[in-house]
Design a protein around this ligand. Structure first.
Ligand code: SF4
Length: 402
């Protein structure tokens, strides 16, 4: 049997596909060169935007024509299936079954899991997933529904995998997760307690200061004190990410990168780790999504423009050669011209090196799709997208050409 994996979406999906590949090879299959020569096609899907979802329907529809000519199995996995199996109403599973009757099996990505060693096609750069899922529930985002709650990989597994990569001569490592800088919160608190801790009254830690000192985490018989990130005047969650990043950086790779981090979990300890390890990336990806406080509130992003800029300035002060990339959504529900101008202002201040710009599209089950209306006309979204593209990405493209 010959397999072919087609991957849509982010690096996390590509990393998952590397693990799926191991699973298929383990089952005695070999890699096909094209769809035409494959007997077993796995499509790893993305749902972050409506356009990504539509591309999956388009591909499966085309593969259906291939199926009429030869025997081929079509397996769909990834975000679409994650959502379908988590949606208790069963509506989404019904929808994808009806839209893609050509599919033989909808396989949840959990069946691949973290347990398979990836088949790496690149001999220099390696992606290392450190966590999966997200607990943040930004109102526009489908990730908590497609990938579920954040689950961190055991610390030792990640360290072992990185040491192995070093031994094999890999030069560059990228640690992956939807929210890498909250890595380990579930390992320390237990999965169920994270939301509880977030919702603890602000005065709780003032009354119980010892909990911060007492909490310890054991790795290889070594006691580690997790980092408590203080945000908006309260301790949010404990995380092991600064410790993990430091350990990986000390292994001596040429470059250590991490994607993605959230502004509200960016601790001072993490800044210190980046500052003292010269091989950690100087291009930090820090999604802002909007520069307007009111839009950020509607998005359930827990910072203001001022707090985001304070973090940027703190990073610039500690690490003078630091640069930034970001994600921005234009045309989010009710975004006025003035609110959009705040995003332009912020972009001018930060001088991002690159921005992944998206025009808002409602996603199944998200709070925004239920509570707000997608009321910004497409031409307005397109215009705003172009303004930011011209401001951020085009000048940087020109610089690269020069
Ligand atoms: S932090 Fe927000 S945008 Fe990022 S994956 Fe989680 S819910 Fe989505």
């Amino acid at each position: 049997m010959k397999y072919l994996i087609h991957t849509f979406g982010c690096q996390q999906n590509h990393a998952d596909s590397e693990r799926i590949q191991r699973n298929l090879i383990g089952r005695g299959m070999t890699k096909a060169r094209s769809f035409k020569t494959a007997d077993y096609i796995v499509i790893n899907t993305c749902m972050i935007r409506e356009s990504a979802e539509n591309r999956v329907y388009g591909l499966v529809n085309n593969l259906g024509k291939l199926k009429e000519k030869k025997q081929v199995k079509i397996i769909v996995t990834g975000c679409m299936v994650g959502l379908a199996f988590r949606d208790k109403t069963g509506k989404f599973l019904k929808k994808i079954r009806e839209t893609m009757p050509q599919v033989d099996e909808f396989m949840p990505i959990e069946e691949v899991g973290f347990d398979f060693a990836p088949v790496r096609n690149n001999r220099t750069n390696a992606w290392v997933p450190i966590s999966n899922g997200c607990n943040n529930f930004c109102t526009f985002c489908i990730v908590p529904f497609t990938r579920g709650r954040e689950i961190s990989r055991p610390f030792k597994d990640i360290i072992d995998e990185c040491l192995e990569l070093k031994k094999k001569g890999y030069k560059n490592i990228t640690l992956l997760g939807q929210n890498v800088n909250s890595y380990g919160a579930d390992l320390i608190l237990g999965e169920k307690n994270i939301q509880v801790m977030r919702d603890i009254n602000k005065t709780y830690f003032k009354k119980n200061p010892l909990i911060l000192v007492k909490d310890k985490f054991r790795i290889n018989d070594k006691e580690i004190k997790p980092v408590y990130v203080k945000h908006l005047g309260r301790y949010r969650i404990p995380t092991l990410f600064p410790i993990l990043l430091d350990e990986v950086a000390k292994m001596g790779f040429d470059k250590v990168d991490f994607i993605s981090s959230n502004p509200w979990d960016f601790s001072d300890e993490l800044i210190s780790v980046i500052a003292r390890n010269k091989n950690i990336t100087r291009l930090i990806h820090l999604p802002v999504q909007s520069g307007s406080d009111t839009v950020l509130k509607r998005m359930n992003r827990w910072y203001t423009q001022k707090q985001y800029l304070n973090l940027i300035n703190k990073l610039k002060k500690r690490i003078p050669d630091i640069r930034f990339s970001t994600d921005i959504i234009v045309g989010f529900c009710g975004e006025t011209d003035l609110e959009f101008k705040d995003t332009v202002k912020l972009a001018k201040k930060v001088k991002f090196e690159k921005a992944y710009l998206a025009m808002y599209s409602p996603r199944f089950n998200t709070a925004a799709s239920k509570a707000f209306s997608d009321n910004i006309p497409h031409p307005v979204k397109k215009k705003r997208w172009q303004i930011l593209e011209n401001l951020i990405n085009v000048p940087n493209l020109n610089k690269m050409v020069v």
